[in-house]
Design a protein around this ligand. Structure first.
Ligand code: CUA
Length: 314
């Protein structure tokens, strides 16, 4: 890691974080200097033997000034809290058109997959000026993906997807590291993020060995794992139709209604007995230990692409 990772504002978010940081530093310096100046002033003015006026403070200092500065600092700190919270919250919702890149963390490496299935290890290539969403999961313990030049960090958990999004504003190569102690080789779980101009990114993707794309690979898995055998209109097994299921509201047997997002679909594959869809029998076997995280990403990409041809068999 070098200094440029901390000085480069490589994302739009970085500029906002830095502005807040500099304002806080400036405020702290200003207040520290003011306190020092007053300490100095009073220790000179009220030194032993000086003729300065002593005795009770004037009434307006005891009341108006006291109330005034208490309220002023309260409002100031509330403003800083709102400012910091707003900038953090905006970092939670990615724009709809974000490029989705999958990250699987394991002891001790980052496995990255581009939307078209191109794989990378400890390296993420992204286009500049385009929103990118990282969809992340861990295969073992808790890790944390930290991109200092972009001023963003997010824990990567086992059994649960977490997300990080950014728009890179500067091209170049920046540091990427794990920020959660995850075992003996934790310190070596680092790599780089390469921000390319969009045209170069397209060229880079082209130059990689030919891939089917995550959704297409997911479709093949959907068949080879046997999902298509039951989840098809023509099937004799009564199972929910998964055509365009992603993002839909699903009514469950226990009366709840959930949205079929990544977490729900993942749970339905690994823990099928938990959220039974209303009107169906709990007959689906668990795929825990059968589907790897990489395969799960492909299955979800396929379900998301919502291109499941009803009853289509190979
Ligand atoms: Cu992974 Cu530290």
């Amino acid at each position: 890691m070098n200094l440029s990772d901390f000085t480069a504002e490589a994302s739009s978010h970085a500029a906002a974080v830095d502005r807040l940081f500099y304002v806080l530093v400036g405020l702290s310096i200003f207040i520290s200097l003011a306190v020092f100046a007053l300490v100095l002033l009073f220790s000179l003015r009220y030194r032993r033997g000086s003729r300065a006026k002593r005795g009770p403070m004037p009434k307006f200092i005891q009341r108006e000034v006291e109330i005034g500065w208490t309220c002023a600092t309260f409002v100031l700190f509330l403003f800083i809290f709102w400012w910091a919270a707003a900038s953090q919250l905006s970092a939670l919702t990615p724009p709809k058109n974000a490029l989705e890149i999958s990250v699987v963390a394991k002891q001790w490496m980052w496995k990255v997959e581009q939307p078209n299935g191109v794989r990378e290890i400890n390296e993420i290539h992204v286009p500049a000026d385009k929103p990118v969403r990282l969809s992340m999961i861990s295969q073992d313990v808790i890790h944390s993906l930290f991109l200092p030049a972009l001023r963003i960090k997010q824990d990567v958990l086992p059994q649960r997807y977490t997300y990080l999004w950014f728009t890179a504003r500067k091209t170049g190569t920046f540091h990427l590291t794990c920020a959660e102690f995850c075992g003996t080789e934790h310190s070596r779980m680092a790599g780089r993020i390469v921000v390319l101009p969009p045209a170069d990114y397209a060229r880079w993707i082209e130059a990689q060995p030919e891939k089917l794309g995550l959704a297409r690979e997911g479709e093949a898995l959907y068949r080879s794992l046997g999902c298509s055998g039951c989840h098809a209109t023509a099937s004799t097994v009564h199972a929910p139709d998964l055509n365009g299921v992603f993002g839909r509201s699903v009514h469950l047997a226990d009366g709840r209604t959930v949205t079929a997002d990544e977490a729900y679909l993942r749970d339905s594959i690994l823990l099928p007995g938990r959220d039974i869809v209303a009107g169906y029998e709990p007959v689906m076997p668990s795929y825990r230990g059968i589907v790897s995280e990489e395969q799960m990403i492909r299955l979800l990409a396929y379900l998301k692409s919502s291109s499941i041809k009803q009853g289509a068999e190979p």
